[in-house]
Ligand binder design. Structure first.
Ligand SMILES: [Zn+2]
Ligand SMILES: [Zn+2]
Length: 170
């Protein structure tokens, strides 16, 4: 089957996004495959720390399920982060499931918000340039992966017990 393309060019709805798909084919055949790539800039701000690179790809199938049109698929792409320990740039691929449901009598299904959410969920708590990153020296900030500054080595920040923030009570 040939994937359907987004409907935005042929539609005058102000709320249109590049991830809006007509449900006409779904209505006719019961399902329609989706396979599109959109510029990562569309989701700028979705990541708190990282930055998306290149394109975001959305693949899946829109199916008629009872009175609904259901999209099931995934979004994927690439994002750049700073290593949590040494601040080196780290690029990583990401892939997140995406599902969305609208009443089948609607003219279209718009996946933009769902994909944006998937982008946000792809952000890891911590990113490391390598599993044994030695981080920055806590005394002189030298990159310990590159130099031995001679300062005493203590535990990397990631392995220190996390302190619970203290609540101020009136
Ligand atoms: Zn690192
Ligand atoms: Zn040092």
């Amino acid at each position: 089957m040939i994937p359907i393309s987004a409907t935005h060019a042929a539609n005058h709805d102000m709320s249109d996004t590049p991830l809006r798909f007509s449900l006409a084919l779904v209505e006719k055949t019961g399902q329609a495959p989706v396979d599109v790539a959109v510029p990562a800039e569309l989701f700028s701000g979705a990541l708190a720390e990282g930055k998306l690179a290149g394109q975001v790809r959305v693949e899946g199938v829109i199916s008629r399920v009872d009175d609904d049109a259901v999209f099931e698929g995934e979004a994927s792409g690439r994002a750049a982060y700073e290593c949590s320990l040494c601040l080196a740039r780290v690029e990583r691929d990401w892939r997140e499931p995406v599902t969305a449901t609208v009443p089948a009598d609607r003219p279209a299904i718009d996946l933009f918000d769902d994909v944006r959410q998937a982008v946000a969920l792809s952000e890891p708590m911590k990113v490391f340039c390598r599993t044994d990153c030695r981080g920055l020296c806590s005394v002189c900030r030298a990159d310990r992966n590159k130099t031995d500054c001679g300062h005493a080595v203590d535990a990397p920040p990631s392995s220190r017990p996390r302190l619970t923030p203290r609540r101020h009570k009136g």
